[in-house]
Design a protein around this ligand. Structure first.
Ligand code: NI
Length: 224
């Protein structure tokens, strides 16, 4: 399931992120790609030693990881530092599945949830949709600046060719406490109902029962 997360980054934070990215240098994205991805990857990535990466990551990841929808949708236990990607006219990232294991040898994690944070406005470029192949057909995602989408890392996906302008995104991955995408989706749905009940009918017996079921399903399924 795809879950869109609105307003991850405020206008002020976005301006800071853009300013930092503009001061940095971008290099060929193939440099960070594995064998299969090299065949289809045609974008640019921020060269990490050319900017204040800590500041950049703190702004982007701090906002994402604290977002209640991200917490509920991803249930992360390990979150990767992001890549910052730029696509200019003619660039694309063909169909691929993200690597299952990521991170340095001493800090490996399994990728369960992929996230794209859109860093510039959809009007700034033509094309450049994130296209996720699902059993219900292709889902095309192109969101306003500062919004994010999360989807299972197991999905086949691509980035459509940018035909005008420039697309800027941050992409990151998380290992989830709930490994199975179906279980994660079920918990997310149940939590939607639970939060609404807790807000609107906090004293009702069924609210407490839904809360108990949610909490104990997490206890049953979570790996920490
Ligand atoms: Ni990908």
């Amino acid at each position: 399931m795809l879950i869109e997360i609105p307003a991850v980054l405020s206008a002020q934070k976005l301006a800071l992120v853009k300013q930092l990215l503009q001061s940095g240098q971008f290099v060929d994205g193939k440099l960070s790609a594995g064998m299969a991805a090299k065949q289809v990857k045609n974008n640019e990535e921020l060269k990490t030693d050319t900017v204040d990466l800590n500041q950049l990551n703190n702004v982007v990841m701090g906002s994402l990881v604290q977002h209640p929808v991200y917490q509920s949708a991803a249930m992360p236990i390990k979150v990767a530092t992001p890549f910052y990607a730029r696509y200019t006219a003619g660039m694309t990232y063909g169909d691929h599945v993200d690597d299952p294991i990521m991170g340095p040898p001493q800090g490996r994690y399994r990728s369960d949830v992929s996230t794209t944070v859109f860093l510039n406005e959809p009007e700034d470029y033509e094309g450049g949709e994130l296209v996720i192949r699902t059993p219900f057909g292709d889902q095309r995602v192109k969101l306003p600046a500062g919004h994010a989408v999360v989807y299972p890392s197991s999905s086949l996906h691509h980035v459509a060719e940018v035909t005008r302008g420039e697309r800027l995104v941050a992409v990151t991955w998380a290992q989830s406490m709930i490994r199975d995408a179906g279980k994660r989706e079920l918990l997310y749905e149940l939590n939607q109902a639970r939060e609404s009940l807790l807000k609107n009918r906090p004293q009702e017996d069924e609210t407490k029962r839904v809360d108990v079921a949610y909490v104990n399903l997490i206890r049953m399924w979570a790996d920490t």
